[in-house]
Write a protein that binds this ligand. Sequence first.
Ligand code: 3AL
Length: 183
Amino acid sequence: MDVSAVNSLSFEEFVEIFGNVVEKCPLVAAAVWSQRPFTSLGDIEAAIADFIDGLSDSGKEGILRCHPDLAGRDVQRGTLTPESQAEQSQAGLTQLEPEELAQIGALNAQYKQRFGFPFVICARMNDRPAILAQLSQRLGNKPAHELLGAIQEVKRICNLRLQALVRPILPAPAQLSSTPPKL
Ligand SMILES: NC(=O)N[C@H]1NC(=O)NC1=O
């Protein structure tokens, strides 16, 4: 759909379609709907980013806590959202060997113990080794720094989900002149 089609959606339709651009947080879509008309895909992204940035730390943590663990219980149970399923599958996280599952499970638990929210990373922009390396590396971050870094990842995931839903505005085609240029 293009941006003008987005602008013509009712509140209910908008939340139905955009309710999971931030995982399990339809409130984000509900909050930005009133900012229509949007001028571009980037404009929608910016409205969402502004809303998230305006949340308190506990609000940001709430957003992170709505994310499923990577290669976690929801993967095993088949209860991921369709978006998360596609992302985790693309990063190779839905078909891990038992040792890899145990390794990522232990690191996820350590991360959650340290920061109080699950490890979040844009799976589509990383492969399995990069995700494991980031998980180990980010465990060493200071909590305030990690909260902001994790929220950046939420925005990356959101941007890719938005791109799957909205066509960017294409530049208008150049006008063809009917009279040949004078030489
Ligand atoms: N925990 C976590 O990062 N979850 C996610 N990342 C991603 O790209 N999709 C998700 O559901």
